[in-house]
Design a protein around this ligand. Sequence first.
Ligand code: NAD
Ligand code: ZN
Length: 349
Amino acid sequence: MSTMRAIVYHGPGRKAWEEVPLPTVQADTDAVVKVDTVTICGTDLHILGGDVAAVTDGRVLGHEAVGTVTEVGPGVKNVRVGDRVLVSCITACGACRYCRAGSYGQCIGGGGWILGHRIDGTQAGFVRVPFADTSTYAVPDGVTDEEVLMLADIGPTGFEVGVLNGRVSPGDVVAVVGAGPVGLSAIMGAKLFSPAHVVAIDLADARLEAAKQFGADITLNPAREDVVAVVRDLTQGLGADVAIEAVGVAATFEQCAQLVRPGGRVANVGVHGGPATLHLEDLWIRNVTITTGLVDTYSTPTLLRLLATHQVDLARFVTHRFAMGEFIEAYDTFARAADTRALKVVVTA
Ligand code: NAD
Ligand code: ZN
């Protein structure tokens, strides 16, 4: 057998579940991993929407997986054939200036976000993982593949780019705009810091209901409510301490800038395909900090420990399960989340 099936990108709006060659070890530090469980990210939807220009025709999509190592290059030291591993959305050379500082997402040694972006990804039977020693994590005992799969991207993304960049602190009022898997992960991560209130904002009521389950105590739908007014009422007219943008459109970034109090923090998480307006004429005087970021995944070991000791419940993200042959259906279910109530869809080999 020298071919497998994979989700292949064919330009904006076009994808197919088709035959492609099996990946092989190309560099000494590569591993090939048989994909056991894989999922779909909001970023994959952005790619299919044409928002991520670096993804070209013929690319296998996907940057999240848990699988079994089937082959390792001669330079791989810690990962062995047969190991169950988390394939992280971020690949790290481990040696460049950014990797040495824990900023693996910014790796300039050939890593960073490359899977399903610059090289073929995980929505396939097998995936080649460069720098396998520093880009995979052993699956701990006592947890399921599905739970660990939630740490390939959404877990560290919501935690690092939302909660930690936003410096969520005890007693804070935290507004999370966008209650998709990434926003929900930010809510879950914020709760670890005992905020006074977590306000979830989303256009989809199904997602707002999920936000309540993940620990939001106030949910607002901007189609019905003046969210800025409600948050100001809640905070003596000041605004939220932290506003986390987890959608990736101009309107929600601009809304976060309106939601935040003087001295507060706006943490942008969403992948943007177009410009947003920075109202510096309002913001310059308000001491607002705005952070941006691609996830680094430096928190993955911490989150694995929190999972293994049941401090976070990642199983509740999984709403739908499919077999690999039903991958297109899985995409459809995830893309129509407002109707299907999908959070994370898991595809299993
Ligand atoms: P998703 O598409 O499942 O969720 C987005 C949510 O935003 C949906 O619930 C939708 O109803 C809601 N929404 C859309 N327009 C809105 C509006 N105007 N106001 C309020 N809510 C609105 O996506 P996800 O998987 O949760 O990812 C969220 C974002 O995070 C995406 O932009 C994704 O690309 C990005 N992301 C960033 C990184 C990173 O490293 N920075 C990593 C992973 C994902
Ligand atoms: Zn690097």
